[in-house]
Design a protein around this ligand. Structure first.
Ligand code: AMP
Length: 370
């Protein structure tokens, strides 16, 4: 069989090159939150339509998309109909059930690929992958029981953070161990499921790189932004980050390595700790990222358009930054002050219910580029 031609049907759909989509084509998006909404808006600007798949009714993305399917991820019929109605599928969150992907992937290409999803869905798989590339990560140990936590603490020490391996976001599913007295009960507090214990990284600042890769391997990264979290949730991103030019280049090159290693297609958010010894990778997100929202007002082509271009099989756009920017998230009741910031770069997500900790919108304040 060596050298024999294989018909396209013999390759998994996700490994096929997508023929560049023509205007009017339909991009399926799994998830209907604010990221799906901003992806759909970017697609519309390029003459592409979006079909949202989301279990919740009246979601932020459905308000601006051409089509919506409201159904559960376990609804095979609905998934089949959705996959049959779109030219390519992408997603706005990483915790998509495997079985749903099996159904979709058999019918239509999924971008970014399954590999990127499986690496980022599990914190241990992710850390193994990143350290395999020679990148620095926090010291870590697998924890599957309270007994294993005690052993892991002996290896990693305190302070450390116990995190669920899967389904954690915005600091959820995390228990901080400041001293040995915090160990007892910590496994239960994290939900008694598979966890990772991470050594606490002493960092000077947190930055992130939003990188995009097209299916022909073209890579474009936005300038690193500096992130401040409050209660585990992103509060502000400031660009440029207060780091040296050399370190900013290191961060971008690191992002390029991760994107290439996954043969990635789309936008990825890479969160980094800046330490006195250099960059340590916190986590990667195989999607557009909250810390990349500043690009909407400070770049010619923003992260949402870059993602749509990549999954559509188009060349990437010009992601150069023309301004400095500070992105401020509007969390919970902070959104009630929207009238006071109406002259800034205001983005509201169309969510009816204000809840504590809920991302309701953001403001991008730009100033001349330094
Ligand atoms: P995560 O959900 O893993 O991104 O964690 C949310 C935030 O918690 C990060 O942005 C950091 O501010 C902090 N954090 C998480 N892991 C560590 C760590 N190993 N060392 C220090 N801070 C951490």
């Amino acid at each position: 069989m060596r050298g024999a031609q294989r018909s396209p049907q013999q390759y998994p759909m996700s490994q096929l090159m997508v023929k560049p989509l023509t205007p009017g084509s339909v991009i399926g998006i799994l998830g209907g939150g604010q990221l799906g909404r901003m992806l759909a808006l970017a697609a519309a600007r390029l003459g592409l339509r979006c079909h949202i798949f989301e279990p919740g009714a009246d979601c932020p993305a459905s308000q601006v998309a051409a089509l919506t399917t409201t159904a559960d991820y376990s609804d095979t019929e609905a998934l089949r109909a959705f996959a049959g109605s779109v030219d390519v599928v992408t997603y706005e969150f990483e915790n998509i059930p495997e079985a749903a992907l099996d159904v979709i992937e058999g019918m239509v290409p999924v971008r970014p690929s399954r590999k990127a999803l499986s690496v980022s869905q599990d914190r241990i798989v992710e850390k193994d992958f990143l350290s395999g590339l020679g990148l620095a990560v926090a010291p870590y140990a697998d924890v599957s029981s309270a007994g294993e936590l005690a052993q892991a603490v002996e290896k990693i020490g305190v302070p450390s953070i116990l995190k669920t391996r899967r389904f954690g976001y915005d600091g959820k599913g995390q228990v901080r161990l400041k001293s040995l007295s915090d160990v007892s009960g910590a496994f239960e507090a994290a939900g008694s499921g598979p966890c990772v214990l991470e050594g606490f990284v002493t960092f000077e600042r947190e930055i992130s790189v939003i990188g995009a890769r097209a299916q022909d391997g073209q890579i474009a990264c936005f300038d690193p932004g500096e992130n401040v979290h409050v209660d585990g949730i992103l509060d502000t991103t400031t660009v440029p980050a207060k780091v040296s030019g050399g370190l900013a280049t290191d961060a971008v090159l690191l992002a390029g390595r991760v994107l290439n290693a996954l043969d990635y297609v789309g936008v990825m958010g890479i969160e980094l700790f800046v330490t006195k010894d250099g960059l340590v990778v916190n986590e990667i997100a195989p999607r557009v990222h909250n810390s990349g929202h500043w690009t909407q007002n400070a770049c010619v082509v923003d992260q949402f358009e870059q993602h749509i271009r990549a999954v559509a099989g188009w060349p990437l756009g010009d992601g150069r930054r023309h301004s400095n920017a500070v992105m401020q998230n509007l969390i919970g009741e902070a959104v009630d002050g929207w009238q006071g910031v109406i002259e800034d770069g205001l983005h509201l997500y169309g969510k009816a219910d204000v809840k504590p900790g809920r991302k309701m919108g953001h403001i991008n304040r730009i100033s001349p580029k330094s």
